[in-house]
Design a protein around this ligand. Structure first.
Ligand code: ZN
Length: 408
């Protein structure tokens, strides 16, 4: 399976930029009211769809429901005061829920009917077109209709043309804005004539075929231990108790910290790789994980350890797929090539004489070829095999006619 990026200049790129918001106390009251009105609207239009179907066997479309919005202006100005765009966003959200419900029905999957939402779980609103909001980057503000100018921290430069936005409340106290931008122009980097294979390890590190080991992911270990600690504590708390509420809050704080640390790490590593290499080859994580989960069921080292292992594992996997995701979009911007290869045998094959044997890998990190005696760090040996597999694929396939999968 090959993923490649050979983007053409005329391609328009789309990116999402996420920034923290710092609303005033007064604005927080309004933002919460905005969430409440949209939650109410969602439930009302859901009820409308259910009712019409039940009593008249009629289905209502998104456009039908949009028409009723104008009547709403007279009866419920409190809902429409934030502009038509945000109301439409809520209607679209319901429409998406129905569409995916029908899709799941069609394909015979387990299909849950769209449900009424409780306000405690309703944490975001969407503006799906360009009215009702204005970005004022120089003033570090975003203007929302009916709310005012909210302070934004632009942690990185906004690029392209802002198309739509989502406002989200996290943990009942923090607010964020996600801005989807189109028409981003690629910033092509000069050729480096360097190529690299990367091994994404279980021991929290990225290994490059040139021998570089990147251990940044180890920083996460401490937070991961905390995460395990708090989740075990949560399991022991009584449902509905104050204690449970507190532990839950701690848990989500740790979660957020991990998310941020990982994101920083992955941004840094992906930037470095893209700047320094024209071709980057990695293992296809989908294939890799499939073989891993098969193995997991065979050796079962007791429930608790298994749980902990599973938790760490999933955090790690999420980290690697994020790293790849960042790499792919940066590659697109910089016109670099990334190839995913089948990870089979990459750890058992000698990168020198190509001899494949399980016995080549004596320990977790030592590789010693029983054919030619080649001795190397196991991950570096694997990274070299990965690079070679990628080059072979590149030679075999004319990348220009290959159907590009794009960023995954
Ligand atoms: Zn060998």
């Amino acid at each position: 399976m090959v993923h490649c990026i050979n983007s053409q200049l005329e391609d328009t790129m789309i990116r999402t930029f996420k920034y923290p918001l710092y609303p005033t106390k007064n604005q927080v009251v309004k933002l919460n009211h905005l969430l409440a009105t949209q939650c109410e609207l969602y439930n009302a239009v859901l009820e409308e769809r259910i009712g019409l179907y039940k009593w008249n066997k009629k289905s209502v479309s998104y456009f039908d429901q949009c028409k009723t919005l104008s009547q709403l202006k007279e009866v419920r100005p409190d809902i429409t005061q934030y502009g038509i765009t945000v109301n439409r966003g809520t209607l679209q959200r319901l429409d998406r829920a129905f569409k995916s419900f029908y899709r799941r029905c069609k394909t015979g999957q387990k299909a849950g009917f769209p449900r009424f939402k409780s306000l405690s779980r309703w944490d975001s609103v969407e503006y799906m077109d360009k009215s009702g909001w204005t970005i004022k980057e120089p003033e570090k503000r975003i203007k929302l209709l009916g709310i005012g100018d909210i302070k934004v921290k632009f942690t990185r430069k906004l690029k392209g043309l802002p198309k739509n936005i989502v406002i989200k409340k996290v943990n009942d106290k923090k607010w964020y804005i996600s801005i989807v931008c189109t028409d981003i122009t690629p910033e092509i980097l000069p050729q480096t004539k360097n190529e690299v294979g990367i091994d994404l390890g279980v021991v929290n590190q990225v290994t490059l075929s040139n021998g570089t080991l990147i251990e940044g992911q180890r920083l996460l270990q401490k937070s991961q231990d905390k995460l395990t600690y708090h989740s075990q504590k949560l399991a022991k708390c009584k449902k509905g108790s104050n204690r449970r509420k507190k532990v839950k809050q701690n848990l989500s704080t740790v979660h957020r910290k991990i998310t941020n640390q990982r994101k920083d790490f992955n941004h840094k590593i992906s930037r470095e790789l893209i700047n320094n290499f024209d071709l980057i080859v990695h293992e296809d994580l989908n294939i890799k994980n499939m073989s891993k989960s098969n193995k997991g069921t065979v050796d079962n080292p007791g429930i608790n350890r298994q749980q902990k292992k599973g938790l760490n594992r999933s955090i790690l996997d999420a980290g690697w797929s994020q790293l790849l995701q960042f790499m792919y979009y940066k590659a697109e911007e910089a016109d670099r090539t990334i190839i995913a290869v089948n990870p089979q045998y990459t750890s058992q094959k000698c990168s020198q004489c190509k001899y494949i044997s399980k016995q080549n890998r004596t320990t977790q990190n030592k590789f010693k070829c029983i054919q030619c005696g080649y001795l190397e760090n196991a991950d570096i040996n694997a990274a070299n095999n990965i690079l070679e597999a990628g080059r072979a694929l590149q030679d075999r396939t004319d990348l220009s006619v290959l159907e590009c999968v794009g960023s995954n």
